[in-house]
Ligand binder design. Structure first.
Ligand code: DGL
Length: 275
């Protein structure tokens, strides 16, 4: 650790394959605006919904461990359903700081659905995961559950942050299986809240659309205050260091990334170390 990093004690590390984790970061920042954030995205392996399990476990472990060695991190948020539904046990076995995962909000959706019919919109990997199917069996066995896995939608969200116009017709086709069937839809991929307005517009009235952002923010705050009570983290508000974003792809257009990430409060962009 170099001296410049000392004040990063207590930084919150937020991780995703791309820009999706920014939807979680925004929710967490609302509750914890004074914290310092390190946003890390694995753009070299994007999209995660198409990766094999072994590759995903290996990449996420290597990247998170590298960042935890470089900075003093008080909590890790795996702001990616595709990764969280697979890699949490391996990560928790290696790190002794709290790790918060983001998984599809099946339980609240089942509670909110009057029709007892819910939709899960996620990546192809997430809708097929044993973890997800176990959530459905445990919390929504009284509901009809319509599963839609879409990498196209992940790409549309990513492109929106890159300044492209959202293709509503494509969106309409992706949402079609839910129409007139369900009354509550779970956004089970962190990219999708970035398209909330467009999704609501395409669905029309009569659908509740939920995600895990607020629950993750509450959980993060709770875990941090437990750590603070125990005295094992410091308050980081005093020094004026920037929030940092890390990317993984060697050939990234850093100037473009800078422009895309600046609105989210990241003014310094670096490549993931030792990668
Ligand atoms: N944002 C991620 C998720 O929550 C992954 C999307 C992807 O890279 O396929 O699942």
């Amino acid at each position: 650790m170099n001296l410049g990093e000392v004040s990063l004690v207590g930084s919150i590390l937020v991780f995703d394959s791309g820009f999706g984790g920014l939807s979680v970061l925004e929710a967490v920042k609302e509750l914890l605006p004074e914290k310092r954030y390190i946003y890390t995205f694995d753009n070299e392996a994007f999209p995660y919904g198409e990766l094999s399990d072994d590759t995903l476990i290996d990449r996420v472990n290597r990247i998170i461990l590298a960042l935890c060695e470089t900075h003093s991190i008080s909590i890790v948020i795996i702001a990616c359903n595709t990764a969280s539904t697979l890699v949490l046990p391996s990560l928790r076995a290696k790190l002794d700081i709290p790790i918060v995962g983001v998984v599809p909000a099946i339980k609240p959706a089942a509670g909110l659905s009057v029709k007892k019919a819910i939709g899960l919109l996620a990546t192809p990997a997430t809708v097929n995961r044993e973890y997800t199917l176990a959530l459905v069996n445990e919390f929504a066995n009284d509901c009809e559950v319509v599963l839609v896995g879409s990498t196209d939608l992940v790409k549309i969200a990513e492109e929106k942050i890159q300044g492209k116009i959202v293709d509503k017709e494509k969106l309409e086709r992706i949402m079609q299986p839910f129409k007139d069937k369900v009354d509550c839809i779970v956004l089970g991929c962190t990219h999708f809240p970035l398209l909330r307005e467009e999704i609501n517009e395409v669905l029309g009235k009569g659908y509740k659309v939920i995600d895990s952002g607020e629950a993750i923010a509450n959980r993060t705050m709770q875990l941090l205050s437990e750590r603070k009570k125990k005295g094992d983290i410091e308050n980081t508000a005093s020094l004026n260091e920037p929030n940092i974003a890390y990317y993984s792809a060697k050939n990234s257009d850093v100037e473009k990334l800078n422009k895309e990430l600046a609105p989210f409060g990241f003014t310094e962009i670096r490549r993931v170390p030792f990668f």
